[in-house]
Write a protein that binds this ligand. Sequence first.
Ligand code: PEP
Length: 250
Amino acid sequence: MKKIIAANWKMNKNSKEAIETITELSKILNNSLPEEKEVIIFPSFISLEASTHALSSTPLQFGAQDVYPAKDGAFTGEVSPSMILDAGATWVLTGHSERRHVIKEDNTLVGQKTSFALASGLNVIACIGETLEEREAGTLYDVLTAQLNQTLAKLPTPLSPERLVVAYEPVWAIGTGKTANNEDIIEAHAIIRELLKNILGTSASQIRILYGGSVKAENAPEIIKLENVDGLLVGGASLKAESFAKIINA
Ligand code: PEP
């Protein structure tokens, strides 16, 4: 099972800047990836198609940061799975903490997005994670259970396990410079692996679980080796080609 290193560019970089960063990244990487890694870039919707078209010869994969769970119709401002596929992307993020906490998406909508995207042919990185208040109140297990159960409530079957990835991103560690310590990460990833077994049975061991939250070139080598850590979801440190290349090579 290859590890996934994913770059979430959030609301940064126009098309020109996105192409420049990806071009620089592929140069640093000599247009090839370490054998045991997959790399996925999540540009903004507006620069997604330009990125995939300009850089179709790189080993990088692309994804969208969000999706709407309908084929087409009167959903002003939204983007469907087929539009994302048409733009040359194969992945989508669902349930990112900024969508949950800033845009106020709930578990039900995140679940609908996850199942509809998978059924439509997109691969999904479904994000879950607790707030600081939830952690301090001792509700980590309950929060992860509710988020994961509802996110994966209606998965299409059959589903190849490599098409679904879960990202554990403690909200208090995203964009704050505070990384969860090794024990926190091991504990949360073990809980997620156990929950995945309850939901998916034996294929749970093949679902990759990523860690995200203030990952940098300096801490990536240690985090990527932890038990049940099958990759990294990187925000801030993925915006510069040089630091993201170091994380890919960690
Ligand atoms: C993210 O956006 O998913 C993220 C983990 O951000 P950062 O690495 O900046 O904390």
